[in-house]
Design a protein around this ligand. Structure first.
Ligand code: IMP
Length: 421
């Protein structure tokens, strides 16, 4: 069976949670391939607001299976809390999730290092969830992985390597004492007892289920502009957030992911530092933040807000091979008299239609805007044709600019507030 991936086209927070929750009803298995507790996928279900961090949000529907794939970094403490929080809303979780045995662990010292680094000058504005330090350990080949928790010898040996490495970083860079060894080890053993039986090899699991014609949805976290290679480096997360990342990090051959939905918000937001060409630093930015309730689902930080940027969105479509667009939160723009959309960049007076690579050039971008008449949304729209003409003009423009069909338009948090084109 072919696979469907849902990928963010911006700096995260595009509204992937709602799109995934609406699509996942038709799927059997939902799998995350990267990131960790830095993600915050919000889903509204029967008046309940649920926020997923490490667990794929697709499991919100009964009988779906959720997998935390091989390159998700797992924070044991926060994972147990997340399971408990969701189960407290009446949704069973533990018996429907699996964690890949390759997953690297986020340990207390990773979070501490992330925090210490953020306190330094020139910080990135991370979620302070230890994501960067955990992935650093992984590529430095000193990480502790889920499979190491399976027996005492492996755990002791691999933990010693990770602990020693991080003690050197803590002492040398921050003048801190080594972290508590026994306490962390004991908690890891307790954690493993709780998740025993829930660990798998994703490659085998997916392969076997694919053969049984089970439908598999790949759930992206963060967004393409936060990708460690293709994003606005160094103001990025530490994982591969693209559809290509999904293929390599899940062990799924690239040709099998033949449907890739790009989730794009009708305006742009960013949390943390880094370039943001269409940012509105004025009162209008605040209006967008309040109307769109743009506060971090993980950290509650106010998000920076600005106009839709089609130049970076097109770049994201190209990288991911986006086959269809899901446009979200169009209702936030309802009632605004004139709507701006960025259709080009200028750097030092020179026009460009593709984002630069260098961070310094990113900071120099002056956006070129096309201006559209506004629209009012005031009911539940059932079909695309129902939408006001001025909105349709904007939607058609986005579709033509991106050269990708627009398939879904979401205009509110309720599941009914979505139109399929
Ligand atoms: P980290 O992933 O915590 O290391 O943070 C690196 C950058 O990615 C920071 O700018 C974060 O605000 C941003 N970031 C990480 N996860 C998310 C997310 O789920 N949504 C939006 N931004 C994110």
């Amino acid at each position: 069976m072919p696979f469907l991936a849902v990928i963010g086209l911006g700096w995260g927070d595009e509204g992937k949670g709602k799109i995934i929750s609406s699509l996942s009803q038709e799927f059997d298995i939902v799998v995350r391939f990267q990131g960790g507790s830095n993600a915050g996928h919000t889903v509204y279900l029967n008046d309940k607001k649920l926020i997923f961090h490490q667990i794929p949000s697709g499991i919100v529907h009964p009988e779906k299976i959720g997998i935390m794939g091989p390159n998700e970094v797992i924070d044991p403490e926060l994972l147990l809390k997340e399971i408990e929080d969701i189960e407290n809303t009446g949704i069973p979780v533990m018996e429907r999730i699996y964690i890949d045995e390759r997953c690297p662990l986020v340990l207390p010292y990773h979070k501490f290092i992330d925090e210490l680094e953020e306190e330094k000058k020139g910080f990135l504005g991370t979620t302070r969830r230890g994501i960067g330090p955990a992935y650093s350990d992984f590529v430095a080949r000193v990480a502790l992985r889920i499979c190491d928790l399976k027996n005492e010898r492996d755990l002791n040996e691999r933990f010693k390597i990770s602990w020693e490495w991080n003690s050197i970083i803590l002492g040398g860079r921050y003048g801190q004492p080594p972290p508590d060894k026994t306490g962390i080890l004991n908690k890891l053993k307790e954690f493993f007892k709780k998740i025993e039986g829930r660990t798998i090899d994703t490659v085998k699991f997916i392969h076997e289920n694919d053969k049984k014609n089970k439908k598999i949805l790949i759930e992206g976290a963060q967004g393409t502009l936060l990708d460690v290679v293709f994003g606005t480096y160094p103001f990025v997360t530490s994982s591969h957030t693209t559809s290509g990342g999904a293929s390599s990090l899940l062990g799924i051959p690239p040709y099998k992911i033949n449907r890739v939905i790009g989730v794009l918000k009708a305006y742009t937001t960013r949390v943390g530092k880094g370039p943001f060409p269409t940012e509105c630093r004025d009162e209008f930015g605040e209006i967008l933040r309040e109307k769109g309730q743009e506060y971090g689902a993980t950290t509650r930080r106010p998000r920076r807000c600005g106009w839709l940027d089609l130049v970076s969105a097109k770049y994201s479509c190209i990288i991911n091979g986006i086959t269809e667009i899901a446009l979200t939160k169009i209702d936030v723009l309802s009632g605004i008299e004139k709507i701006k959309i960025c259709v080009g960049y200028k750097i030092g007076g020179k026009k460009i239609d593709f984002p630069p690579v260098s961070l310094y050039e990113w900071f120099m971008i002056e956006p070129i805007y096309e201006i559209f008449d506004g629209f009012e949304l005031n009911k539940i729209y059932k079909t695309y044709d129902d939408f006001p003409e001025n909105l349709k003009r904007i939607l058609n423009f986005i579709e033509e600019y991106l050269e990708v069909p627009l398939r879904m338009v979401s205009f509110g948090k309720e599941s009914a507030q979505i139109v399929y084109k």
